[in-house]
Design a protein around this ligand. Sequence first.
Ligand SMILES: [Zn+2]
Length: 343
Amino acid sequence: MARAPFELAGVKVAPGGRAQIDVPVAKLYTHAPLHIPVEVVHGRQPGPTLLVCGAIHGDEINGVEIVRRLLRSKGLQGLRGTLIAVPIVNVFGFVQHSRYLPDRRDLNRCFPGTETGSLGSRVAALFREQIVDQATHIIDLHTGAIHRTNLPQIRAQLTPESETEAIAMAFGVPVILNAELREGSLRHYAQSRGVPVLTYEAGEALRFDEWAIAPGVRGVRRVMRAIGMLASDRRRATPRPAEVANGSSWSRAPIDGILRPKVRLGARVAKGEVLGKVADPFGNSEEEVRATADGIVIGMGNLPLANEGEALFHVARFDAIEEAESAVETFQSDYDPAHEGMV
Ligand SMILES: [Zn+2]
């Protein structure tokens, strides 16, 4: 029996077909209509329905490029199941180069949303009803906030032997943060419905970081192979297993001033180690920023100007710190920024 067409926002996509669908989201006050752009690839054979989405935070654009490359990548014509690719969820913020919606709300704190709530709540409700609720698996693509960069990492709630844990491992980046779920996030909503969901965090807002994009594309495709959507490729080496962090904490600016970092993203650091120094512009007063635990630097600020208390270095803690260090080193040598170039 032939597979049924896939329907999204009133558009039917036949098995073996693909379609770009503009999901109407609102009208701007200029009267211009606004859409969430979606591409659906509906395989001939049954399988999972994977949602891959970027820019829920409108300035986090590495995910937009990950989705573009994913849609142009090989093998999708033989897809099993259905891929729903949404490069830009927060279209308002994307146009404004902003993380937020025009009412300053964070769309990723508005789920599940309602049709009568704030703008954020309405956009969340529309995205959920039209798109999210159709998915059996979700990968949500993020970057660090503005002026902050993240070592490529997966955030997920890892229940032992759950499908979420399996796809988190399959993604193939060196660090997994078994992260708390934030109320109102897409991840919290999906998890509460029992849908396996990953957040991929990599690179910096408003930047294209090749070392974050390339492993992101590769990771999504690995997950698609792991859940049977793409044929497995025996020639490909399986990635080195990720290390799961058992917690993380930020080292903060001890005083207002100008920061000189002493460590790089991905560095292994020891508790008490100097991660950077903050000084006033004359150098009269200077204080050290120290690591609060042994671990790996998985996020840091790129803006060297700091207010007292500002989060500067994000350090993840591991039981197996040696393994984590070596996993990060292997990963970084595979994606050496010195050899980077856009594909
Ligand atoms: Zn984000």
